[in-house]
Design a protein around this ligand. Sequence first.
Ligand SMILES: [Fe+2]
Length: 263
Amino acid sequence: MLIAHLSDLHISAGAPETAPVRRDAPDMARRVIADLLALPQRPDAVVITGDVADGGSVADYALVREILAPLPMPVFVVPGNHDKRGPMRAAFGGTIPFAAPDTLHFEAQLAGLRLIGLDSLVPGRVEGALDGTQLDWLEQRLASTADPVFLLLHHPPFPTGNAHWDASALRAGAGRLGRILRARTAPLRLLCGHVHQAFHSQWAGHYAAVGGSPAFQYGFGFDGDTEPPLIDAPYAYWLHHCRADGSFAVHPRQMNLPPRADL
Ligand SMILES: [Fe+2]
């Protein structure tokens, strides 16, 4: 099974609300979708770890749906801090089995693989949080399966190495999430977004990764406490090749995007 991990498309129908977002971000998302469709092996599912829209308006999500429409495989999304729950639920509620009326967490089964999405959105805030109700639900769902789990969450709970980013990542709930994941011995992969810089990590005993963004990319900012510099660089998304025995390999799929006019 092949799972494509994208993140932070920041699609907006009008001018972007977020300063670093390139104005042609919707076109960049279209290029990523076209690249994905041209792969020699078509992914079985696509997961997008948040900030799917930039402003979160109904028009933004209509454009998101239009851009994602060519994908014939299931597409799963979790909200980021730039998403809005109401319009996002309206856009994806027909295809994603959201588990509660007020948040957008969900669970789905793909052959021998379980997908679980968490909703860390705190309206009006950059940082994320998970409340006890959602963590109770997660604990229960993880206990229900020994299948490999892909856990989707916008805000990384693990350190990025940059104090600026760590202050705006997952805050409330991160400690308990770590204890829940550490208690799980079956395979689990934690896929996140938010940082706009693709990297791998290991957290609470499991593989973890951040997906990069085709809308804007940050350079390295290791050990810094200020926002890293914006860069023009080849964009990469992740392809997770999962085998029946629970083993897997993660391949970066690199593609060149047109240079930004403003960098
Ligand atoms: Fe983002």
